[in-house]
Design a binder for this molecule. Structure first.
Ligand code: NDP
Length: 397
């Protein structure tokens, strides 16, 4: 049993709060804090049962965070605010003596750059303080790394080729919307692609390489090679990997809108002056786009995310595909959010549970594949994300 303090009350935060609250034997107390307290109050009300206490905090402000942590004395902070807040929250955790978990790697506001170096640099400080930091515990990053660790532990002597495939075959019936925070999403998708091959990173144009891949129960969807942060830790932690890539599906409408947004300068992340006020175009765009947290009501279809792996077991080549399919409608029925928030929130809350139970607790800063995947895999199905395996099939990649 332990006390958890969750920061962030958006789409992902809504799911995390529901899932934490459901585990009464694990989380004795839950505090939900965010920049806008009314959003925390609305989530607490939807969860019900007086399970969640709320607070207001500006997570860019370390002294404010430290004051809240010292007042509430949680065992763990679950950060589902934005990647910009990762470092201030980690600083505050160190100062207040609290462990830490998040779902996305730190990004500086002024450069769309995805790498773990900033957070890995905290390893020694967390070690010395006897505190655990668990990085990237959503679905991707997160569950995809647990899948890889599980495959390495049970099905392969050596993993040689890894392709993470992320398909959203759902329809929200809007002309254009992003499935999670629009600013973070557009920054991610408009950056150059990158994959790992034979010990080197190979750079590609943004969404330059694509091909049709078949997803179980869904069919063929055009899938685009992108860079994704978990590739960085996976090739470090599984050095037998010769090639690691990440693929995500996009519809033509989405890509057309994205191209226009970029061409007219609305994806810019530098400040421009408008009527004497400084604005960042992409942040302004977020204010007028649909709120991802509100997409659930009319969302139908499925997401399908998994790992396609080729390697060697007992001297023979083996292929393996492990995945989860998640229904937007079922996610909405349970938590009031769509499947992209749901598939992020479930592993996040389960990671917090792993910490509370002492199963994923080790001083230092860790990516999820560095912990034992078995206790997580044993529970993630009943927590809402059942997984399926296919052996020795054509991986198409
Ligand atoms: P939202 O924009 O819906 O929610 C973000 C929340 O953080 C809001 O409640 C927001 O408050 C709050 N917040 C922002 N800045 C601050 C601040 N300075 N202080 C306190 N609170 C703040 O985002 P999502 O829920 O879609 O995403 C949450 C996180 O999940 C992101 O980091 C995203 O990258 C990550 N993610 C990870 C995935 C994975 O699979 N690993 C997949 C999808 C998302 P306010 O309401 O006031 O704006």
């Amino acid at each position: 049993m332990g006390k958890v303090l969750q920061i962030g009350a958006g789409g992902v935060g809504t799911v995390v709060a529901h899932k934490l609250a459901a585990q009464k034997d694990v989380f004795s107390e839950i505090v939900l804090a965010s920049r806008t307290q009314s959003k925390c109050d609305a989530i607490a009300k939807a969860v019900g049962g007086n399970r969640i206490k709320t607070a207001r905090v500006d997570a860019d402000n370390v002294p404010e965070l430290v004051a809240l942590l010292k007042k509430e004395k949680p065992d763990l902070v679950v950060n589902v605010a934005l990647p910009y807040q990762d470092l201030p929250i980690m600083d505050a955790c160190l100062e207040a003596g609290v462990s830490y978990l998040d779902t996305a790697n730190y990004e500086p506001k002024d450069v769309a750059k995805f790498e773990y170096s900033w957070q890995w640099a905290y390893k020694e400080r967390f070690e010395k303080a006897g505190l655990t930091a668990i990085l990237g515990c959503g679905f991707d990053p997160g569950q995809t790394q647990v899948y890889t660790a599980y495959a390495a532990k049970h099905h392969f002597d050596e993993i040689l080729y890894l392709d993470i495939v992320d398909c959203n075959a759902g329809n929200h019936h809007k002309a254009f919307a992003t499935n999670f925070n629009p600013e973070i999403n557009i920054r991610e998708i408009t950056q150059k692609g990158r994959y790992y091959e034979n010990g080197k990173w190979v750079e590609t144009g943004a969404l330059e390489f694509h091909k049709g891949l078949n997803y179980p129960e869904i069919g063929e969807k055009e899938s685009y090679l992108m860079y994704h942060e978990e590739l960085e830790s996976l090739v470090k932690n599984f050095p037998s990997i010769k090639r690691a890539r990440f693929w995500m599906t996009f519809g033509q409408e989405y890509l057309t809108h994205l191209r226009v947004i970029q061409n007219i300068g609305m994806a810019r992340i530098d400040e421009v002056e408008y009527n004497g006020v400084k604005i960042v175009p992409l942040q302004f765009l977020k204010a007028v786009l649909p709120n991802p947290g509100d997409l659930g009501e009319n969302y139908d279809g499925w997401t399908s995310i998994g790992c396609r792996i080729r390697g060697v077991k007992d001297g023979k080549e083996r292929t393996y595909y492990i995945y989860n399919n998640c229904s937007h409608e079922a996610a909405f029925k349970e938590t009031g959010t769509q499947a992209v928030s749901y598939t992020t929130g479930v592993p996040c809350a389960l990671g917090a549970e792993m910490f509370m139970k002492g199963l994923w607790r080790r001083p230092g800063v860790w990516n999820v594949e560095e912990f034992d995947p078995d206790p997580f895999m044993a529970l993630v199905g009943e927590r809402g994300l059942p997984w399926h395996e296919k052996f020795d099939i054509d991986l198409e990649l």
